[in-house]
Design a protein around this ligand. Structure first.
Ligand SMILES: NC(=O)c1ccc[n+]([C@@H]2O[C@H](COP(=O)([O-])OP(=O)(O)OC[C@H]3O[C@@H](n4cnc5c(N)ncnc54)[C@H](OP(=O)(O)O)[C@@H]3O)[C@@H](O)[C@H]2O)c1
Length: 331
């Protein structure tokens, strides 16, 4: 495993990490979760990503039970949660001081932990002053309930505002952002956030390296029943990903396939290695619903060496004319 600094913080995070969205508590029960965590941990993965909104807290309960039953020493791994979607009542949503405090306490209970290493604001909250959010996160740090805080899918301007407020009020600024980043979704990470890496030493933990599986090629001939886009309750994601633009993306995947074969790696490994190749990325968060997927995806680290500049140019050419997807999705 390779370890990267989380921005300019002192935290060393494994270049590949594992998240629980859609999988833990939906497709994966406790026994299988233990298997996935064990495999990841034994491969050197030290970061496990969660959110209060994942399966309404079920993902965190399974993650917490799995960590406990595996007996992983607390000083050897990093755990996150995210606050925003905690329920349907007005006080259970967003980034108010109240919800931030409750969400943190509840995540700690579900995960059965004393502190979170990373706590993310899962989306920006336009109904809450940035200062209120920054102060609430700072207080959690002062109380020892979290070590670092960050944002997810915030615009560069709002992140800059959080830093300005933190500096002015002597509060702790965010150190990390969690954006989507994959072969189809590049703008934010490669352009919008560029000044933030240099100015604030921002680290990024990126999500959906396979665009929910599109980049594995599994959707080229339709939607397999046992796949994410075939799951009851995730029709919205299927409709979003397999719309007209989605069909263009699948055409690109078709073109990437021979390149992956030439390099003797799978499409999934090509897509994940491509994310790892960006030195601004602190860690690529993987998702897997079964052990074979995780095994394949963890091997992407070895595939990075195959992505030399001519190969990267070929990939760019294949994706060059694909229209960008305007909408953002996922949790
Ligand atoms: N901050 C945010 O807003 C946000 C949003 C989304 C995700 N995340 C985080 O990022 C993590 C990863 O995101 P993601 O799950 O969307 O990642 P992803 O890599 O884009 O998709 C993972 C899914 O693709 C399929 N898959 C993975 N490897 C495969 C392989 N080798 N062959 C065939 N299918 C494969 C599996 O689904 P099936 O087997 O069911 O098809 C798996 O669950 C999440 O768990 C979460 O922690 C954060």
């Amino acid at each position: 495993m390779e370890y990267r600094r989380l921005g300019t913080s002192g935290l060393k995070v494994s270049a590949l990490s594992l998240g629980s969205w859609v999988t833990f508590g939906k497709q994966v029960g406790l026994d299988d979760a233990k298997g996935l965590l064990r495999m990841a941990y034994d491969a050197g993965v030290n970061f496990f990503d969660n959110a209060e909104g994942y399966e309404a807290g079920e993902s965190e309960k399974i993650m917490g039970a799995a960590i406990r039953e595996l007996g992983l020493p607390r000083d050897t791994f990093i755990v996150s949660s995210k606050v925003f979607w905690g329920g349907e009542k007005p006080t259970q949503l967003g980034l108010s001081a109240k919800h931030i405090r409750e969400a943190c306490d509840q995540a700690l209970q579900r995960l059965r932990l004393d502190y979170l290493d990373l706590f993310f604001c899962h989306r920006p909250d336009v109904d809450c002053p940035v200062e209120e959010t920054v102060r609430a996160m700072h207080q959690l740090i002062m109380q020892g309930k979290i070590l670092y805080w960050g944002t997810s899918e915030w615009g560069a301007q709002r992140i800059t505002e959080a830093h300005r407020v933190a500096r002015q009020e002597h509060l702790t600024p965010p150190v990390v952002e969690q954006p989507q980043y994959n072969l189809f979704e590049r703008e934010r990470v490669e352009a919008e956030y560029r000044p933030l890496y240099e100015t604030y030493g921002l680290g990024i933990t990126t999500w959906s390296p396979l665009a929910s599986g599109l980049l594995t090629g599994k959707y080229l001939e339709g939607v397999p029943e046992d796949s994410r886009l075939g799951l009851p309750g995730y029709e919205w994601l299927r409709d979003l990903l397999l719309d007209e633009q989605g069909q263009n993306k699948l055409d690109a995947v078709r073109e990437l396939k021979p390149l992956a074969e030439e390099l003797d790696i799978s499409l999934a490994q090509l897509a994940i290695a491509w994310c790892l190749n960006n030195p601004d990325v602190s860690t690529v968060i993987l998702g897997a619903s079964r052990p074979g997927q995780l095994e394949e995806n963890l091997d992407a680290l070895a595939a990075v060496a195959k992505l030399d500049p001519p190969v990267m140019e070929r990939i760019d050419r294949i994706l060059g004319n694909r229209p960008d997807e305007p909408e953002r999705f996922g949790q």
